[in-house]
Design a protein around this ligand. Structure first.
Ligand code: LLP
Length: 418
């Protein structure tokens, strides 16, 4: 569900015509709906109401400060994977005690930063990392709260690039090695074992992989208990899919219902790390048609937004629906919608039947609120785009479009070149 709907053939973001925003702020631009973000967060809150839990929004999906502030003000915690994300989460007012920190390559500096902030727990991905956290905590004379990220070897049946819980994946500690790593953690003087973590992948559209993975994790928790290793938090990761096209992913309520029988007697604080299912359908990417051209086998629409602004189609062949800002009844044409980047892989949509588009017309690339702006870059020396948040009948620029001078920020030409 989202708040980007047609009224009288014109696409609106909540109560504002998208065209109005694009004309004022320019294109390309990301537009987020405050209402959708909140509704999605509340869906999780309601689904897990009545049992101890924390919703830790995965910042990698969208780390715009206004988005984070929206979620923070409504009780969200954060799942972070870098010092930068930790900084942004804290700056948005997310309490450190609601922050979990995953990622396979945490540096000493990042570990120290998180320890000083007093985060809820590190989701540790290897024994080397465990040793590093123990060492850094020792030097700061604190105890580091840790969970082990276990890899349950479950196929989430999603795109291979976003599957993380398989044996061949770089993430987590293989579940059969978890016990020995927990024993090791128990022995390290500056660590406090407080939890267990798993995340098996992203854009998962069925419940079974969640259930299967959780069963394995609970078996492990029972083994740990038998060994006298008691934990407080079970972090079940993120990964719930969203409808991009004709998928029917489960609702957070369905997820809750499916895993409830497994969790109800376990007496642990449940942590969830949704990213896409909160932000994905809360955002659109608006871009303008610059040119059209017909090749013998293809008809192209060249727009002002490219793979540097929205990478998902190029990187994962991801499908994003494309809608005109104004509905019309022009004849249907099959287009490849491509960007201005000098790469054949630069496309936003392929073989898409649309009412024919004209130069200067604007289109919305839907479901781009997650992994849209956060994966954007300056490739081809293109300033990164603006971001806008809509609330009711008003809109706010929540990130200015970069300027050319931003392209040289921090760079230096050595004296010998002057
Ligand atoms: N927790 C951990 C440890 C993760 O690695 C991820 C995503 C999440 C939570 C959030 O997952 P979500 O609820 O958003 O599925 N760039 C890719 C997605 C990469 C996801 C990486 N990890 C894409 O655009 O599809």
């Amino acid at each position: 569900m989202h708040d980007f709907k047609y009224k009288n053939s014109e696409l609106y973001a909540e109560g504002v015509p998208v065209r109005e925003i694009a004309e004022k702020v320019g294109t390309p631009v990301y537009i987020y709906s405050h209402n959708t973000l909140l509704r999605h967060l509340n869906a999780y809150k309601d689904a897990f109401d009545g049992q101890p839990h924390i919703i830790c929004f995965a910042l990698k999906a969208n780390s715009n400060p206004a988005v984070l502030r929206t979620l923070a003000k409504n009780g969200s915690g954060a799942d972070v994977v870098s010092g930068g994300e930790l900084y942004l989460a804290l700056k948005a007012g997310i309490p450190a005690k609601k922050i979990v920190y995953a990622g396979v390559g945490k540096t000493d500096n990042e570990i120290a930063q998180a320890l000083k902030a007093g985060i809820l727990m590190f989701n540790v991905e290897s024994s080397d990392e465990m040793a590093a956290i123990n060492r850094v905590a020792g030097s700061l004379k604190v105890k580091a709260p840790i969970a082990l990220r276990v890899n349950p070897d479950i196929d989430p049946k999603t795109h291979p690039y976003i599957s993380t819980g398989l044996k061949e994946s770089k993430f987590g500690i293989p579940i059969e090695k978890a016990l020995e790593n927990y024993r090791l953690a128990k022995k390290l003087p500056n660590l406090e074992v407080v939890g267990i973590h798993k995340h098996i992948g992203s854009q998962i559209t069925t419940l079974q992989p969640f259930v299967d993975a959780l069963k394995k994790v609970i078996k492990l928790i029972n083994t740990l208990r038998d060994e006298g290793i008691e934990i407080k938090n079970i972090d079940i990761g993120g990964g719930l899919g969203i409808p991009y096209n004709d998928e029917h992913p489960p609702h957070p309520k369905d997820l809750s219902k499916a895993i409830q029988p497994l969790l109800k007697d376990i007496g642990l604080n449940i942590i969830l790390e949704p990213g896409r299912s909160i932000a994905g359908n809360a955002g659109i990417f608006v871009t303008k048609v610059l040119y059209k051209k017909k090749h013998p086998k293809k008809e192209f629409v060249i727009v002002d937004g490219g793979m540097n602004d929205l990478l998902r189609p190029s990187l994962y062949s991801a499908f994003h629906n494309v809608l005109p800002l104004k509905k019309n009844s022009r004849k249907k044409t099959r287009y490849d919608i491509v960007g201005p980047i000098c790469e054949s892989g630069d496309f936003l949509a392929k073989e898409r039947e649309l009412n024919s588009l004209s130069q200067g017309e604007m289109i919305a690339v839907m479901s781009t609120g997650a992994y849209g702006f956060t994966m954007s870059s300056n490739y081809n020396s293109r300033p990164r785009v603006a971001e806008v948040m809509v609330k009711g009948g008003k809109f706010y620029t929540v990130r200015e479009r970069e300027k050319y001078r931003d392209l040289v920020r921090g760079t230096k030409v050595p004296d010998f070149l002057k």
